[in-house]
Design a binder for this molecule. Sequence first.
Ligand code: CDP
Ligand code: MG
Length: 833
Amino acid sequence: PSLQRRVDCYLEDHLSQKFGSMESIRDNAFSRSNSSCSIATDEGLFEQPEPLPQSKAVMGKIIWRRSMQMRSQQQAWQESREGRKMMKFRQSLPAYKEKDALLMAISQNQVVIVSGETGCGKTTQIPQFILESEIESVHGPLCSIICTQPRRISAMSVSERVAAERGEKLGETVGYKVRLEGMKGKDTHLLFCTTGILLRRLLVDRNLKGVTHVIVDEIHERGMNEDFLLIVLKDLLPRRPELRLILMSATLDAELFSSYFGGAPMVHIPGFTYPVRTHFLENILEMTGYQLTPYNQIDDYGQDKMWKMNKQAPRKRKSQIASAVEDALRAADFKDFSPQTQESLSCWNPDCIGFNLIEYLLCNICEKERPGAILVFMTGWDDISSLKDKLQAHPILGDTSRVLLLACHGSMASAEQRLIFDEPEDGVRKIVLATNIAETSITINDVVFVIDCGKAKETSYDALNNTPCLLPSWISKVSAKQRRGRAGRVQPGECFHLYPRCVYDAFADYQLPEILRTPLQSLCLQIKSLKLGSISEFLSRALQSPELLAVQNAIEYLKIIGALDENENLTVLGHYLTKLPMEPKLGKMLILGAILNCLDSVLTVVAGLSVRDPFLTPLDKKDLADLAKAQFSRDYSDHLALVRAYEGWKDAERDLAGYEYCWKNFLSAQSMKAIDALRREFYSLLKDTGLVDGNTTTCNSWSYDEHLLRAVICYGLYPGICSIVHNEKSFSLKTMEDGQVLLYSNSVNARESKIPYPWLVFNEKIKVNSVFLRDSTAVSDSVLLLFGGAISRGDTDGHLKMLGGYLEFFMKPAIAEMYQSLRREFEELIHNK
Ligand code: CDP
Ligand code: MG
């Protein structure tokens, strides 16, 4: 038999030793999840409730007693002093006035769409209305409400808020569940979770047994998970006629969703906001003392500038704020909004949003304006952290007795989140630097001033080149309006848009849904594992279907990596990949790492790729940081550098010197801890798939074999591969699709002048003007031949053809002979294992 066949057989044998046939693998996985010890439980599936041993009558009594208890608890709280105060606040929210209409609509219709301005009480109140009315009803709280949130941080903060509004501790009636964390008890009737968690529950519980209400929040964001969930739920509704579905959206595109659900009724919560004075860049610059002259009226300097400072402006003030204005001008440095201009702007320089101008505005507000928090919308986490550093050094803004400076972004720790909601002491001004997360999902109560830089980081996907891009892009008109609206919640407010009016006019009305702009591999795998039929047929039923080319690319990718067979069915590998909640390439590494007994290091690699880059590069200390990283790199591999850094941290941590180690080596202690936690999580996932047996010595016996690790990394990252073309002094890189590509400057390979290997496998390529590779590992011909592609049940011919294509393309000499001998070696290796 061919090598491929042998390997297939090996894998199948290995798997069937554990589980018997393919069928029983599947059964086994399912029954395990039902007995609440499944892989999925760790990932956040809700444990199935223990079936009560009692008879129906006894059960009825238990429920009845429990409902009496809950009712009296609820009443006691509502009559207490604290409770009355809370009720008064809740009754002041616009959602409260619609309570009866909402409950009526929900009881009479299977699907209801609710819209209302951010802060009107959708997320915190509507699930509570349902819960309270169930508790007060005669039959008692038989409800189980699930409310999904697009982000962890909102699931956590909202559940905490709702529990507080009910005078309870989190985890009693109200709970939450996000990946790796959760709080939920046997009496939890209202659960806030991320959309991903609910999707994973659907994997083992297709009918959402026992769930009475599903509330999908923030649907206007049109995240991929939400769009996917809606297709699944739409299919589920006829099978579960008593299930209620409530969709909640902050903006007024409710009709789209209503018609998707066959004309489901819409309830709009009329909101009230105070007027917000709006300033665009030209007004702001005018305020600073400069008059702007439109481009066509000036001709002396700044040919390519649309705006120019008026030379008559007073000299003295110019020196004070000249740099502020110049920064802003740089941001507004375009004549039109043509694609070319957008492209040139996409090469993002954080200075361009005018840090100086923001600093100037903040200072101005702090010194001259009435009290009220300031919310600054920034592009991404990197901008936030560098601006924060800059402001902390400022004499006024850095003075902690006068200013409370906070950051708000998706990956922050929970303790940090809470500070954002608290009101500062009198005389202290709260300034929150936020990403677009503060647009709709998080409401900061006391905001009066908003500064908006006009951009957000958005993943997009170039289906033609099959390249994901992460680019700061202009927000939509709807987002700009949302941002402005944040200022008028408690009193009349002010909003400063750091872009000219003409740019705003050119914004798109709505943002493109995520499903139309990101790669679809994981989604396709999910569709297959939920047995939802043909991928393209299923996706054609989406609210807005992705391009056919994007779907085909994703299917093709899954075939190349061996997760789907020729007929688009899950292979054994594919089946295992669906059990591992991560990108397929990471799952592949874990599986091979387990089989080849080098799991310990592979766990670090995979965990490292799932968190924010732990290697920090502060702008002003970039050289030092690069040097620090270089000491971990002996192997022409960013992935192995991370393994070394982690091992070092682990040793230091044992001596309680983890922080010091991180500080010295420009590592993020937070990322290191996250890696540590994820390693454990991934290990237990693997244990549950049956691929490791809990004997850590055997599964690590080869853990530090650098060659083997290269093989595993290559197995995961293929077909992310580029050829190294050496010339006299250095080397250049080429991929088949993009031609010349570049390395990110913080890659260890970017520092080398020579790499003694012919190939690099890479984790990610991103298009920002040129195509850049992030995180790469050098590999040899033999590793690529043997591990590039689908070892398990792959399409052997296609795989070899593709590799052949690569070799031909890069004019590699025929290495048939070597391949033959390697085949023998590899067969032996497999045989001995
Ligand atoms: O979901 P929606 O944007 O409609 O509003 P919400 O999140 O339900 O919040 C309603 C109100 O509750 C807000 O206006 C805040 O005043 C308050 N709230 C709070 O004080 N603390 C939180 N963690 C969440 C909400
Ligand atoms: Mg909300």
